[in-house]
Design a protein around this ligand. Structure first.
Ligand code: FES
Length: 159
């Protein structure tokens, strides 16, 4: 139940908004309208203020995301090394555009401006694991492994 999680998180984080929102995001995968209202009520804030803070951070989402989140860096360094090809492959395979989620809620595809590890571009992050030097073949293999539910090894850590 949303209110129980908010209640516990508010106590654990001494009423600090962002950690409470993080817990809800982690638990449900997004911040529902109901959750935002309950957080505002619990912390004695205006609903608009909660939305204002949450919408500032890209880590928070107001729509449900897929089980697997794939993020392709489309910053300049990754772009010139072929990131758009990775986006095209993933879009085609999954049948969604960046920002979209598959109807079965298995995959969400996102793009980002720069992940800070340009030297190993193009970079794709899958479920929080960074993969560098992503050729089309490596993108295909990554997606295949995610579909099979196999654990994926990260190529390199850049953060
Ligand atoms: S441009 Fe992709 S990591 Fe910097």
């Amino acid at each position: 139940m949303v209110s129980t999680i908010i209640e516990d998180a508010a106590v654990r984080h001494h009423g600090l908004l962002i950690p409470v929102l993080q817990e809800i995001q982690e638990h449900y995968g997004y911040l529902s309208e109901e959750a935002v209202k309950e957080v505002a009520n619990k912390l004695g804030m205006k609903i608009s203020d909660v939305y204002g803070v949450a919408s500032f951070y890209t880590a928070f989402s107001f729509t449900p995301k897929g089980k697997h989140i794939i993020t392709v860096c489309n910053g300049t360094a990754c772009h010139v090394r072929g990131a758009s090809r990775a986006v095209d492959i993933l879009s085609e395979e999954l049948g969604i555009k960046p920002g979209g989620t598959t109807p079965d809620m298995q995959f969400t595809l996102e793009t980002v401006a720069c992940l800070g590890c340009c030297a190993i571009g193009p970079v794709v992050v899958a479920d929080g694991k960074y993969h560098g030097n992503m050729t089309p073949a490596k993108v295909e293999k990554l997606l295949l492994n995610l579909r099979k539910g196999e654990s994926i090894e990260k190529d390199k850590i850049c953060v």
